[in-house]
Design a protein around this ligand. Structure first.
Ligand code: AP5
Ligand code: MG
Length: 227
C-alpha cells in the first residue's frame, strides 16, 4: 500500500494547527504550508495579491476561493521536493476549495495518499487561547507564542530575535467572526470530505501541546504516513 504524504489540517481558528505543524516540521521534517501565513506575507510585502486581500483578512473573512486554490496548487507543484510529507494548514475551508482539492489530487491518484486531521476544540478555550497568542513578526519565522506573565512588555522572539506581536485578526470581535464562519461550514465540510473518500482522524487539542503532538504522532503511525 502506498504511504500517505498529504496531510490536511482542518479545524477552527486557534485550535493548534500551526503549533502542531511547526513541531512536525522540526521533529519529523514534514513541510507545512499555512495559507494564513502565506497571505500575511503577501500583505507585508504589499504584493498585488496582498493589496487585494488586506481588508478581507484583517476583518476575519475568507479570501476568494480561486485565489487560494491557485496558490496552494502552485506550491504543491513547484515547492515540494519529492518524498516530502506535506501539511496543508488551513486549506481547504469551503465547499469549492474541497472540490478543487479533490479534483487536483484525484487527477494525480493521490486521494488514498491523503489524510485529513480534524482539530477539535471548544469555542470557550479558543477565545481564551487567541486572546493570549503572540506571533513572531519575522515572515521567515512566524513562531507562535502563548502570552503569559513571563513575557516582558516588548517580547522578542527567542528563535530569531524579531519582535513578537499580536495578529490583527486576533482582536476579540474578529476572532468571533472567524469562529462563526468556521462553525457555519464545519459540519457540511466534514460530510463532503468523508463522502469523497478522504481518510480522516479527529485530534482533541484540549490537552498539553506535548500530549497533542503525541496523539498526532500515533495517528501518523497508524495511518501509514511517510515519515
Ligand atoms: P489562519 O492563519 O489559517 O488562521 P486560522 O485558521 O484562523 O487559525 P489560527 O492560525 O488562528 O490558529 P491555529 O489553529 O493555527 O492555532 P495556533 O497553533 O496558532 O488564517 C487566517 C486568515 O487567512 C483567514 O481568516 C482568512 O482570511 C485567510 N485564509 C487562510 N486560509 C484560507 C482559506 N483556505 N480560504 C480562505 N481564506 C483563508 O494556536 C493558537 C494559540 O494556542 C497559540 O498561542 C498557541 O501557543 C496556543 N496553543 C496551541 N496548542 C495548545 C495547547 N495544546 N495547549 C495550550 N495552548 C496551545
Ligand atoms: Mg495558524
Amino acid at each position: 500500500m502506498l504511504k500517505k504524504w498529504v496531510l490536511i489540517f482542518f479545524g477552527p481558528p486557534g485550535s493548534g494547527k500551526g503549533t502542531i505543524a511547526s513541531i512536525a516540521k522540526q521533529k519529523l521534517n514534514f513541510l507545512p504550508l499555512s495559507t494564513g501565513d502565506l497571505f500575511r506575507q503577501h500583505i507585508v510585502n504589499q504584493t498585488k495579491i496582498g493589496q487585494k486581500i488586506d481588508f478581507t483578512m484583517k476583518s476575519g473573512n475568507l479570501i476568494p476561493d480561486e485565489l487560494v486554490s491557485d496558490v496552494v496548487f502552485d506550491w504543491m507543484e513547484n515547492s515540494v521536493p519529492k518524498g516530502k510529507t506535506i501539511i496543508l494548514d488551513g486549506y481547504p475551508r469551503t465547499v469549492v476549495q474541497v472540490e478543487s482539492l479533490y479534483k487536483y489530487l484525484d487527477e494525480r491518484n493521490r486521494i488514498s495518499q491523503s489524510l485529513v486531521i480534524h482539530f477539535v476544540l471548544s469555542d470557550e478555550i479558543i477565545l481564551d487561547r487567541l486572546s493570549r497568542r503572540y506571533t513572531c513578526s519575522n515572515k521567515n519565522c512566524q513562531k507562535i507564542y502563548a502570552f503569559d506573565n513571563s513575557l516582558k512588555l516588548q517580547p522578542i522572539c527567542d528563535a530569531c530575535g524579531s519582535s513578537v506581536l499580536r495578529r490583527e485578526d486576533d482582536a476579540h470581535e474578529t476572532v468571533k467572526n472567524r469562529l462563526s464562519i468556521y462553525r457555519k461550514n464545519e459540519k457540511q465540510l466534514l460530510k463532503i470530505v468523508t463522502d469523497l473518500g478522504f481518510a480522516m482522524h479527529k485530534l482533541d487539542t484540549n490537552k498539553s501541546i506535548e500530549d497533542v503532538f503525541y496523539d498526532f504522532y500515533n495517528i501518523v503511525n497508524d495511518e501509514n504516513v511517510e515519515v
